[in-house]
Design a protein around this ligand. Structure first.
Ligand code: PEP
Length: 252
């Protein structure tokens, strides 16, 4: 039985005050929850103030990125242990926006995943195909390459703990979500790739989320699928009411 996760990627939105208000409102609507994990991913500057508010709550905190070095002359970067230090337990790695605008490759993603694990953070690794890849029937090839690249040289015991988010790029922020059975098929393909690296037992422990225009109206359909263990939510995580409704999805 894999513990479901609903994670809210707040992207480049919200001042400290707004982030605090949002997390208080989400908590007000969902209360303490034990049968699913809820993670919020604010910008770096809001991590500590939000962490302070989360001390007595069940919502967990994550960052949207990290750097793979521990310390040094790397102006502008944030190290894994610094994220741990401010209260993060999760970190998003390899979001398609980072791959597109900041040149993140599978090699960089792999280094970041290793650094996150070493610091005791759980990486949420994003993979997903472009519209062109999809039209050329390359979805499985692309997500397999990204998944294998991200998990390269990790032990099965480490791979078991990571979270993968399958986010077709054409579905992010467009309102055009993948249909649940197609997402299930791709996610089951991702699990097979992981199994080829670790064996079935470990692969069956890995939580794999769907992301891409998840809203209150479609979450239940995704969560009914066998291999979908939760959602990575962008736009709909910026409003407490819609995020809380997504968190309250119907169990399989
Ligand atoms: C995302 O950015 O990870 C995402 C899934 O965004 P949206 O829900 O807005 O499509």
């Amino acid at each position: 039985m894999r513990m479901p996760i609903i994670a809210g990627n707040w992207k480049l939105f919200n001042t400290v005050r707004e982030a605090q208000e949002l997390v208080e409102n989400i908590h007000g609507l969902i209360g303490r929850i034990h049968d699913r994990e809820v993670v919020v991913l604010p910008v770096f500057t809001s991590l500590y103030p939000v962490a302070k508010l989360l001390e007595d709550k069940s919502i967990k905190l994550g960052a949207q990125d990290l750097f793979f070095e521990e310390k040094g002359a790397y102006t502008g970067e944030v190290a894994p242990l610094m994220l741990k230090d401010v209260g993060c337990s999760y970190v998003l790695i390899g979001h398609s926006e980072r791959r597109k605008y900041f040149g993140e490759t599978d090699v960089i993603v792999n280094r970041k995943v290793k650094a996150a694990i070493e610091a005791g953070l759980i990486p949420i690794i994003c993979v997903g195909e472009s519209l062109q890849d999809k039209e050329f029937g390359m979805t499985i090839d692309v997500v397999s390459r990204q998944t294998a690249g991200a998990l390269k040289d990790l032990l099965a015991s480490e791979i078991e703990k990571v979270v993968i988010a399958y986010e077709p790029i054409w579905a992010i922020g467009t309102g055009k979500s993948d249909n649940p059975s197609s997402a299930q098929q791709t996610i089951s393909g991702i699990r097979n790739i992981i199994a080829s690296m670790t064996g079935d037992e470990s692969a069956n422990k890995v939580r794999i989320l769907y992301g891409g225009s998840v809203i209150p109206e479609n979450i239940d359909a995704y969560m009914k699928e066998r291999d979908i263990d939760g959602a990575l939510v962008g736009r709909a995580s910026l409003t407490a009411e819609s995020f809380a409704r997504i968190v309250k999805f119907e169990q399989k």
